[in-house]
Design a protein around this ligand. Structure first.
Ligand SMILES: Cc1cc2nc3c(=O)[nH]c(=O)nc-3n(C[C@H](O)[C@H](O)[C@H](O)COP(=O)(O)OP(=O)(O)OC[C@H]3O[C@@H](n4cnc5c(N)ncnc54)[C@H](O)[C@@H]3O)c2cc1C
Length: 307
């Protein structure tokens, strides 16, 4: 995870709540995008309300990792728990509109209950394209953007749209692959893209494009010769083509990257602790009567062994 970028807090109590990123839609694609963005270190809020495609499915049987399938609501609860675990705020509120804000590059996300100002927005609202109507109108009127409103709904694979800072994920982005695993994967891709775009702005694109969300065994990074190896790699592949950054900025980027690599390492104790904590989180989503039934079965097995 990167160091959390600093933001200027709102000083006017009546001004909208500020977030780095607002995600519209708390289905598989929106929650997956939020997980990636929050793990990168951006302050992220998911707004969820309205019609969800997945709740029309009777039982999800093709999402990898659930051998007996899973009910849509349990699946969504797990997704929300995951996002919350990563620091995402999930708000049960339907977004009525996303509109460009007078602060250039920011968006106003409106619900019946509140307004939120976000630097970047991911729209993952499946059928609800109406939330994007104000952005589409502004785009139609704009002379700066060489695209029309229809292009908003035809994002690239990475979810970027014709408007900087606005991304579209999941079902809404792709008319051909209405499958939850594919749409969740797309949300992950969009979240990663947003993180990379942010990092490209903080440093420069060659650095941003290398961002990955990995956790590795202790010892993979660091140790004898590692610093020199990273310096060499950085100077060979990552320096900006025009070299117009002063050397302090380059040194800072290099050191930040090294710190980030080292921060991805888990020692064996921490790895075990996270494995156990992860299993306990899963148990929270299993019905109590099934856990009791399983314990009884285990006790029966133990007795058999004892005999
Ligand atoms: C009848 C049916 C059965 C299906 N069965 C399967 C299946 O068995 N297996 C499979 O792989 N796929 C199945 N699918 C497809 C699957 O449901 C979708 O591919 C997947 O759910 C899309 O994920 P998503 O996050 O993009 O959209 P969704 O799951 O629809 O999530 C969108 C979220 O956005 C929220 N939202 C919408 N508008 C707003 C708004 N204005 N403000 C805030 N939040 C908003 C919704 O409440 C919802 O939570 C089925 C779809 C249908 C319709």
């Amino acid at each position: 995870m990167t160091t959390k970028p600093t933001r200027t807090p709102a000083t006017d109590p009546d001004s909208p709540i500020e977030h780095d990123v607002a995600v519209v839609g708390g289905g598989a694609s929106g929650l997956a995008a939020a997980v990636f963005v929050a793990r990168y270190g951006l302050d992220t809020t998911v707004f969820d309300g309205g019609k969800a495609a997945i709740t029309q499915c009777a039982h999800v049987e093709n999402y990898l990792g659930f051998p007996g399938g899973i009910s849509p609501n349990r699946f969504l609860d797990l997704g929300r728990a995951h996002a919350t675990h990563e620091g995402v705020e999930v708000v049960d509120d339907r977004v009525t509109a996303v509109r460009p804000h007078e602060n250039e590059g920011a968006f106003l996300v409106e619900t019946a209950e509140r307004e939120c100002l976000a630097e970047r927005v991911v729209v993952a609202a499946a059928y609800d394209e109406t939330v994007l109507a104000p952005v589409a109108e502004a785009l139609d009127e704009s002379e700066d953007v060489e695209a029309d409103a229809d292009d908003l709904f035809v994002p690239t694979d990475d979810g970027r749209t014709a408007v900087d800072g606005l991304y579209v994920a999941g079902w809404m982005s792709d008319e051909t692959a209405h499958q939850v695993g594919i749409n969740a994967g797309h949300g992950s891709r969009v979240g990663l893209t947003l993180a990379r775009d942010h990092m490209s702005e903080r440093y420069w694109p060659a650095v941003g494009e290398r961002y990955v969300d990995w956790v590795v065994h202790d010892g993979r990074y660091g140790g004898e010769g590692w610093d020199e190896h990273v310096d060499e790699w950085f100077d060979r592949e990552m320096l900006p083509a025009d070299h117009d950054l002063d050397s302090e900025a380059i040194a800072a980027a290099r050191e930040d990257l090294k710190a980030e690599f080292l921060g991805r390492c888990l020692d064996e104790d921490e790895r075990r602790q996270r494995d156990r904590a992860g299993q306990r989180e899963l148990l929270e989503h299993v019905d109590d009567d099934l856990i009791r039934e399983h314990v009884t079965e285990l006790e029966g097995t133990d007795t058999t062994h004892a005999n």
